[in-house]
Write a protein that binds this ligand. Sequence first.
Ligand SMILES: [Zn+2]
Length: 146
Amino acid sequence: MCLQHHRDCFCGRRSAHLTFRDNILSPEILVNLYCPECRPAVHWDADSMVEDCGWVLELDIPAAQLSFQKKGIHRQVTPAYLFDEGYLSWQGLSPVDAEVNAEIHQRLEPLAKENMQQYLQALKKEWLAHVAQLKAAGWRKAQNAL
Ligand SMILES: [Zn+2]
């Protein structure tokens, strides 16, 4: 089971859907979230931050480390490790994947009533096109997705 969470970015113009693999970390570990628009205000710190296509996640690494220890997992955590392994990461492959997924389903829904097989094929095709687009744009989680 994974906790899911919705968070506004620092400037409040954008938001992201997040997921927490195995519920080891809690939403408080994400100290700040910056979208590409508020990204220029960030004082980059590689020890606490990870970047994905202009979005920056600032994490409380000492608290994350403690959360891992409490679960009996003794390993050094880094922002990139926590993000790439899904312990505190986008729900899906990008901050808005949950919305894109819902939008595709909603748009194709009329087809589901007409022809279920065509609907499922169209769904798959649209989703793969979306993932290919994310991969080309350089989103971290999309790199190994196809
Ligand atoms: Zn922002």
